[in-house]
Ligand binder design. Structure first.
Ligand code: UDX
Length: 451
């Protein structure tokens, strides 16, 4: 089938590449000429496992092309995805200007029937706005071309995006149009083999499903972080509690890992956007407001431990920091906990020696050159000459480090672990003072001894 994707961000590019891979004829449109030129040369703007070969091979085979020519893009696709960004505006609401600009462009250039598919995460009611915008544009140009607008939210995870797209858990189609549903069923047939993953519903329910899914996951995390904070105060160990509650299949083991807060391009933005949308319809979303507040506080947790440990004085300390990206397997630093920590350390007069397997360039781009930030080539180099170690991201490469090297490199045998990677008892055997999230026992046993 002929498909056009507007917006070559995470969602758009992965979706386009995967659709091309199964044989569809896909054109991607973006306003960014440099991005388009790079993609044609096989230079991918994001780090995502498996994406580069998928993009290059499908581009070479002619099934995946990139252009800034919106008119060509609109003419090409019978199915047109809108996958442009919806950044939060000042009050946290999703800004629809890019989505509606694409809707206008589609109206402007379409000369044959189209199915327009909203892939971007957009507030409930956006499909109606897109319909209105396309209609207004058609009327202003005196055209009368048929089109449908379908909500088809994306659930991919960064770092596993290709796999998530290839093997989706579900494919949500929000539409009342039988012909649009038929076309989308055909489009997604290669991804819908074992059992029917397609769930068809009304447009507004589909739009809300996306927010509900992300907000539910964010809620699980903030809930666990709240329990971790309680465990600490009660002298309990959250890791035992986690296993204890996860064994109930109604709760499950997934997404109940306590830590130094959730980040990324989705959870913080979507929780905020739904809070704002709720306000807009006269409803105070109390759970979501708490989810956000708990997460905000949780990102300050590591600094709280550090500051408490040193009696409030971390000026002049050199901190080895492992992990900068908001989660493993990505170079994405958006809303990363490491950023909150670094800002707090710098404000307190400490220096940071940081290492991340993928996010070094991104960190350099965000913070530039500064005296209190040293970006190191290896995790061992980050330790050299540092006073203590802090871990912000649970990269696999950090899970079994050489603890002797850590101890010998640091001036203090001290680790603050924001992702609970190690066992406190083992750390004690190594003679390391170990702070983790919600492991009150360990903090009580080792805390406040060294300085
Ligand atoms: C998320 C959703 O998972 C995905 O379905 C949606 O389409 C987009 O948003 P992503 O932003 O890529 O995906 O990240 P995810 O893997 O969900 O992790 C989000 C954050 O939560 C990370 O900062 C992670 O460290 C944190 N997290 C996750 C926890 O703190 N504890 C957990 O148990 C799980």
């Amino acid at each position: 089938m002929k498909v056009t994707v507007f917006g070559i961000g995470y969602v758009g590019l992965v979706q386009a590449a995967v659709l091309a891979e199964v044989g569809h004829d896909v054109v991607c449109v973006d306003v960014d000429q440099a991005k388009v030129d790079n993609l044609k040369k096989g230079i991918i703007p994001i780090y995502e496992p498996g994406l580069t070969p998928l993009v290059t091979s499908n581009h070479e085979s002619g099934r995946l092309d990139f252009t800034t020519d919106a008119e060509y893009g609109v003419r090409h696709g019978d199915l047109i995805f809108i996958a442009v960004g919806t950044p939060p505006d000042e009050d946290g609401s999703a800004d629809l200007k890019y989505v509606l600009a694409v809707a206008g462009t589609i109206g402007q250039y379409m000369t044959a029937p189209k199915v327009i598919i909203n892939k971007s995460t957009v507030p409930v009611g956006t499909a109606d706005k897109v319909t209105q915008k396309v209609n207004d544009t058609l009327v202003s140009l005196d055209k009368d071309t048929q089109f449908d607008v379908v909500s088809n939210p994306e659930f991919l995870k960064e770092g596993a995006a290709v796999n998530d797209c290839m093997r989706p858990d579900r494919i949500i189609l929000g539409t009342a149009s039988e012909s649009a549903e038929k076309k989308l069923r055909e489009l997604y047939a290669p991804f819908n083999r074992n059992h029917d993953k397609i769930i068809v519903m009304d447009v507004r329910s589909a739009e809300l499903t996306k927010y509900a899914a992300n907000c539910m996951l964010a809620t699980k995390i903030s809930f666990m972080n709240e329990m971790a904070n309680l465990a600490e105060r009660f002298g309990a160990d959250i890791e035992n509690v986690r296993r204890g509650i996860g064994s109930d299949p109604r709760i499950g083991y997934q997404f109940i890992y306590p830590g130094c807060g959730y980040g990324g391009s989705c959870f913080p933005k979507d929780v905020q956007a739904l809070i704002r949308s709720a306000n807009g319809v006269g409803y105070k979303a109390q759970i979501l407001e708490s989810v956000e507040a708990v997460n905000y506080r949780q990102k300050e947790k590591l600094f709280e431990y550090i500051s408490r440990h040193f009696g409030g004085d971390v000026a002049g300390k050199t901190v080895a920091l492992w992990g900068l990206s908001f989660k493993p397997n990505t170079d994405d630093m958006r809303e990363a906990s490491s950023r909150v920590l670094m800002e707090q350390l710098w404000a307190a007069g400490a220096r940071v020696q940081a290492y991340d397997p993928e996010a070094m360039e991104e960190t350099q781009r965000i913070f530039g050159d500064r005296d209190d930030l040293n970006l190191c080539g290896t995790k061992e180099a980050a330790l050299k000459g540092a006073d203590f170690l802090v871990i912000c991201t649970e990269w696999q490469a950090f899970r079994a480090p050489d603890f002797e090297v850590i101890k010998n490199s640091l001036s203090l045998p001290l680790i603050f672990d924001g992702r609970n990677l190690f066992e406190p008892a083992r750390m004690m055997e190594y003679g390391l003072h170990y702070y983790a999230i919600g492991r009150g026992l360990s903090v009580k046993e080792h805390g406040n001894e060294s300085s």
